[in-house]
Design a protein around this ligand. Structure first.
Ligand code: 8GP
Length: 837
């Protein structure tokens, strides 16, 4: 046909232009170009940050090209789009991850090298956006990566907090919080979309009237209007063109704002109003699995939900669709109950603003939303005092009451008037003060409800959501969590990635199941040696970081025994420290005792208001202070508290772990995802039958998993039989000794008051069964030590462990959500005629 035109060449010209080309030469030019035209610097005077920015913009240019192509393609066809609503996204640094996903990590490294620069040095310059507390926020980030990688059209909606999760410092063994000013050097990864903004009403009152046509109308007159402005971050999939949007809302004062006060000279009032508006997206609440019940928190939730829904409706209508068909354009996932007010807001928009009849609006709403629960802890279930709620969202209270009235009407017949069931299902709780139960609102307004691990989903059905399950069993399903192998292997553990790929190719990065092909190398002596070499190298690197950060010298040959996660009583960092004390006492009682050397690494933040958790941090550091310097120990035990646990630090810690501590009280950890990341990086797990541990053990084989402790059922039975922790204290001499030492000040310069609350809670209450599980844990740890003596056998277990972790990719989780809940398909994005790199 067109003989004169060499299509291939035309494509190459397009792809390889200076702004988008991926080869080393083009990258070099682009970096200098951005240094010059974006940073306004030349090499001789450029700072490290200037180079970081120049590289970041170079990468961003390449993302934008794919982003534009994705948006265009989504809008041209009719595709259902996933909308993930989450108050938290714990993204971690962008630069390295984007290089991995674009497939140009090596090229960028080479380009910088040829310019006399070092990529690691620039990567370390990035301040991570810590817009989440822990598990739930990190899961949202992994899911955004998988959605893009699976080429599924998706938007993540959330809040652009000006201050993310606080930075943790340790002073005199105590946690000290500092604000996280993550935007202080600018953020090259986001684009402010000033033109995309919505007005959000807050407070005020509601009036109803009948218009001339005899239709009931509602007017909500707020006492505050804030503006939400969109800030977009591109999320590129791994070696595909698909680049989805993470749209975070920043709150501002509306343009027209308080001109009157300003003109009349009331400058300070005008400024005050501006501050009030900006406060809404100012700071992330630093609570993990506890609710705060504060007005500002409700305002944050409503603010981002309303912006997001208005945005989605706009997208839907601009496609020429009818409002009644909203659910054909969007499937909206509620990441826990934080965005559950979306159900009431959707009803308000449809009924008050788009004039739909109530039943039609309810049909749209209940075909749009799906709800994921992330915790069974009662203190985490969100409840809003009704008066407080009314003061912020008066119209929404009316709507919720109407939803509840109609819902209970229907339910009463179905449960045949059973009052207990009716009050458990009611969205409104009665009592001295009435309150709104957000989980019930989420259940009533969603077509699907899921837990995040098999055990968790079962417990949901049996306990907190029991009556909901009886009412609508078809809504329930399990979606076991997963983690992205791109960030948590390829980026954070390049050595192990390379070793694995040298044996089984690179397919596993997108199809994690293929790791199973590693099994056949588990007895190959050369491979075993390489496996051990990589682990030792990672441990040596971490040892260096530890000494830099804490001044504690640790031995890379020792067992790296690692517990990194939020500090919480149910996660039982104090059980771990009781084991440390027990080993220490063995040495003190017999300095020649055989002890396999161990390095205990702890990291994690405690909610600033959570006293017991902060005390646990102090205890870890106090024990460390004594153990680390006692000459009898001869360096065989080291206790490290690595400060400021975040994504950046996690990436350095996971690859170095030998042993992964997953020791929560059975029935309390919904799933866990750190358990998956550590295991994928070759650590063996010591754990209870809790959360996803159950499934991990099933996959890796019980012979490769160190199991201990009560089961969830035993925990409940022990409690109902009248659990007496003091009995364990009295009858277990080693446990008694350890607890006595903590109380009488052995680890705290003879101060016998510091740890009193902690000890009392263990002796007389012990909700989390620390004392009941102590002996079983210590015995299990003895098996760990014994197993570690045979390094080759341990390495073999580690290989088998990794080979069998394929299930725990977030790609698998997202595929299940897509097929079973959202009913969405992938839409490959083409770029100049090609559909991937
Ligand atoms: C966490 C669960 O504790 C954890 O087991 C699970 O793996 C993770 O969610 C992801 O599903 N829950 C939370 O992070 C949580 O409830 N946080 C809210 C208070 C913010």
């Amino acid at each position: 046909q067109d003989k004169g035109l060499d299509k291939k060449e035309v494509q190459n010209v397009l792809v390889e232009d200076a702004r988008t080309g991926l080869d080393v030469e083009t990258l070099k030019k682009a970096i200098l170009n951005n240094l010059f035209y974006v940073q306004g610097k030349y090499p001789e005077i450029a700072t490290r940050n200037d180079y970081y920015m120049a590289l970041a913009y170079t990468v961003r240019d390449r993302l934008l090209q794919r982003w534009v192509a994705s948006v265009k393609q989504y809008l041209e066809g009719k595709h259902r789009i996933v909308s993930y609503l989450s108050a938290e996204y714990l993204l971690g640094p962008h630069l390295g991850n984007n290089l991995v996903n674009l497939g140009i990590y090596k090229e960028a490294e080479q380009a910088l090298h040829e310019m006399g620069l070092n990529l690691d040095w620039l990567i370390e310059k990035e301040i991570e956006p810590g817009l989440g507390n822990g598990g739930l926020g990190r899961l949202a980030a992994c899911y955004m990566d998988s959605l893009a990688t699976l080429e599924v059209p998706a938007i993540g909606y959330g809040i652009r907090y000006q201050f993310g999760i606080f930075e943790q410092d340790i002073r005199d063994g105590w946690q000290v919080e500092d604000t996280d000013n993550w935007l202080r050097r600018g953020n090259p990864w986001e684009i402010a979309r000033r033109e995309i903004s919505y007005d959000i009403k807050l407070g005020g009152y509601v009036q109803h009237y009948m218009d001339r046509d005899g239709k009931f109308r509602t007017i909500w007159t707020p006492d505050l209007i804030v503006k939400g402005v969109a800030y977009d971050t591109p999320i590129v999939g791994y070696k595909v063109n698909t680049t989805n949007t993470l749209r975070l809302w920043k709150s501002e004062a509306p343009n027209s704002f308080d001109f009157q006060s300003f003109n009349s000279g009331d400058y300070s009032n005008a400024v005050n109003q501006k501050i009030i508006c900006e406060n809404i997206s100012k700071v992330l609440y630093p609570n993990d699995e506890t609710r705060s019940g504060k007005v500002l928190r409700l305002q944050q939730q409503y603010f981002f939900v309303s912006c997001s829904l208005q945005d989605m409706i706009g997208i839907h209508l601009r496609q020429g669709e009818r409002i009644e068909d909203f659910q054909t354009t969007f499937a909206v996932q509620l990441n826990d109950t934080h965005p559950a007010v979306a159900i009431a807001e959707m009803m308000r928009l449809l009924v008050d603003e788009y004039d739909l009849e109530w039943v039609d609006a309810w049909r749209v709403t209940t075909r749009t939303f799906a709800y994921t629960n992330h915790t069974l802890l009662p203190e985490a279930l969100e409840k809003w005092d009704m008066e407080l709620f009314a003061s912020v969202l008066p119209r929404h209270l009316e709507i919720i009451q109407e939803i509840n009235r109609r819902f209970l009407d229907e339910v009463t017949v179905r449960v045949y008037g059973d009052q207990e069931k009716i009050s458990s299902l009611s969205i409104i709780g009665e009592g001295p003060r009435r309150y709104i139960k957000m989980a019930n609102l989420a259940c009533a307004g969603s077509f699907a409800i899921n837990g995040v691990a098999a055990l968790h989903t079962e417990l949901l059905k049996q306990t907190v959501l029991k009556d909901w399950y009886a009412l609508s069993p078809e809504k329930f399903s399990n979606k076991t969590n997963g983690v992205t192998p791109r960030r948590w292997m390829v980026l954070s553990n390049p050595k192990l990635t390379e070793l694995i790929s040298s044996k089984i190719g690179e397919n596993w990065i997108k199809h994690l199941d293929e790791l199973k092909n590693l099994e056949k190398f588990a007895d190959d002596p050369e491979f075993l040696q390489q496996w051990m070499d990589v682990k030792l190298e990672m441990k040596t690197q971490l040892a260096q970081r530890i000494v830099n950060r804490t001044n504690i010298k640790v031995d890379p040959e020792s067992i790296f025994d690692i517990q990194v996660k939020r500090i919480h009583e149910y996660k039982r960092q104090h059980l771990n420290i009781l084991h440390v004390i027990t080993l220490y006492n063995r040495i003190k009682q017999n300095p020649e005792a055989e002890i396999v050397p161990r390095t205990f690494v702890f990291a994690g933040k405690a909610a600033p208001g959570y006293k017991q958790a902060k005390l646990i941090i102090k205890l870890i550091n106090s024990v460390g202070e004594i153990v680390n310097k006692d000459p009898d120990v001869k360096g065989r035990l080291k206790v490290v508290f690595y400060p400021n646990y975040n994504v950046t630090n996690a990436q350095k810690i996971y690859p170095a772990a030998d042993l992964s501590e997953q020791i929560s009280t059975a029935g309390k950890e919904a799933s866990g995802t750190g358990n998956m990341k550590l295991s994928l990086n070759g650590a063996l797990t010591i754990g209870t039958l809790d959360g996803a541990n159950v499934e991990i053990r099933e996959c890796v084989g019980e012979e490769n998993f160190f199991l201990f402790g009560l089961t969830a059922e035993e925990v409940e039975n022990t409690k109902s039989d009248g659990y007496n922790p003091f009995h364990f204290y009295e009858n277990n001499p080693n446990l008694k000794l350890a607890l006595d030492q903590i109380s009488n000040g052995y680890f705290s310069h003879l101060d016998d008051t510091i740890f009193k609350d902690l000890i009392n809670s263990l002796l007389y209450d012990d909700q989390f069964m620390v004392l009941a599980d102590y002996q079983s844990y210590v015995d299990c740890q003895d098996q760990v030590a014994e197993a570690f003596k045979d390094k080759v056998k341990w390495a073999r277990m580690s290989i088998l462990n990794v080979a069998r972790m394929g299930k725990f990719s977030s790609d698998r989780s997202i595929r299940e959500y897509c097929d079973e809940i959202w009913k969405v398909k992938s839409v490959p994005v083409t770029l100049n005629g090609t559909s991937s790199k």
